[in-house]
Design a protein around this ligand. Structure first.
Ligand SMILES: NC(=O)c1ccc[n+]([C@@H]2O[C@H](COP(=O)([O-])OP(=O)(O)OC[C@H]3O[C@@H](n4cnc5c(N)ncnc54)[C@H](OP(=O)(O)O)[C@@H]3O)[C@@H](O)[C@H]2O)c1
Length: 323
């Protein structure tokens, strides 16, 4: 029988249990996927703790890649042995899983299952942020919070390729070097430097038209102070905790700012949106302009260890759970 990580009650990493599972046959519109690798994402922590509630029990994980081993009724465009990947549908920490076929994309030969598991969610998120939420223009200077993280490293490289100057915050000197090597022109070690003052200094007081902030609670208010008039605050995650409620008059006081809180689920809903996002990601990775750095690997059964490392800010780049 295949195994999966199951969560029966929300809590710390210890609630991630390695268990045998019954997978069964795919229903209409579904396929059974034999996974070759799964991705680790910060949203897995939110699901595990209950910040983003899920019906219990559940299998966490929103990113994976592998081979189709059975096809349900009515599935078009996929057959047994196809190599596929996804970023989104929960249930990824599993050796085998059922999944809706219309959420899968076929993998080009140039991209391995491990690479796909490392980049589908984070890469499509970067595509959403840079190409839809705020279309980065050549010549813009942008601020990326947690620039050495999974989404962060992809954002830095892709934004650089679009012709932007990238300022990024990071938690250590080591992460600063990593971000610099991936397109971040000005890494700021925000655990010891005041990033608001640094952004003002780097931009000669002009500040930036957009901030991409996946850190949340600890950086949100200061991120607003980095924005030029009518700038766009893109709050896309809560690694340090959810942003606290605040009066919207603050957006007026700080320069008629825009605020958005996007999720990939709302930007890759239709099949056409999903394919555009995945294809743009595959193209830029195939071109070598964005490199997906797998900096950590953990066996899937050791997912709890992976969560501890992620929450302790000990990871950088992408993390793969090996199967
Ligand atoms: N909206 C969407 O659709 C969407 C989709 C995917 C991801 N996300 C969000 O994107 C963000 C990045 O995700 P990721 O999977 O790539 O994770 P990640 O960036 O690899 O890991 C999170 C990073 O946040 C920083 N951080 C700052 N304060 C922290 C704290 N108190 N606890 C933990 N980490 C802290 C750490 O970097 P430093 O040590 O450098 O500070 C840490 O490495 C997350 O907020 C995630 O929820 C959103």
């Amino acid at each position: 029988m295949p195994h999966a990580i199951r969560v029966h009650q929300t809590g710390g990493p210890e609630v991630l249990k390695w268990e045998e599972i019954e997978v069964g046959k795919p229903g209409p519109g579904q396929v059974r996927l034999r996974q070759e690798a799964a991705g680790l994402n910060f949203i897995d922590v939110y699901h595990r703790t209950g910040l983003y509630p899920q019906p219990l029990p559940f299998t966490p994980g929103v990113e994976g890649a592998g081979v189709v081993v059975a096809v349900g009724d009515g599935v078009k465009g996929l057959k047994e042995d196809d190599r596929v990947a996804y970023g989104g549908p929960i249930g990824g920490y599993a050796e085998d899983r059922l999944i809706d076929a219309d959420r899968l994309v076929k993998l080009p030969d140039t991209i391995s299952s491990e690479q796909a598991a490392a980049m589908m969610l984070q890469g499509m998120t970067a595509q959403m942020l840079l190409r839809s939420v705020h279309r980065v223009q050549a010549g813009e200077t942008i601020l990326v919070q947690a620039a050495a993280g999974g989404v962060g490293l992809i954002l830095c490289q892709w934004a650089k390729e679009l012709g932007a100057t990238v300022i990024g915050t990071v938690g250590s000197d080591e992460k600063a070097e990593l971000a610099r090597a991936h397109g971040c022109d000005y890494p700021i070690v925000y655990t010891r430097q005041d990033f608001v003052a640094e952004v003002a200094r780097i931009t000669d007081g002009n500040k930036v038209p957009v901030v991409y902030d996946g850190v949340g609670k600890d950086t949100f208010m200061k991120s607003l102070d980095c924005l030029a008039r009518r700038g766009m605050m893109v709050s896309y995650g809560n690694a340090s905790g959810p942003v606290e409620p605040f009066p919207t008059t603050i957006l007026a006081q700080k320069g008629s700012l825009f605020l958005t809180r996007p999720t990939l689920y709302d930007y890759a809903i239709t099949r056409a949106e999903l394919e555009t996002s995945a294809n743009e990601l595959f193209d830029i990775v195939a071109s070598g302009k964005v490199k997906v750095e797998i900096k950590q690997r953990f066996a899937l059964k050791d997912a709890a260890e992976a969560h501890r490392a992620l929450e302790a800010r000990k990871t950088s780049g992408s993390t793969v759970l090996t199967i």
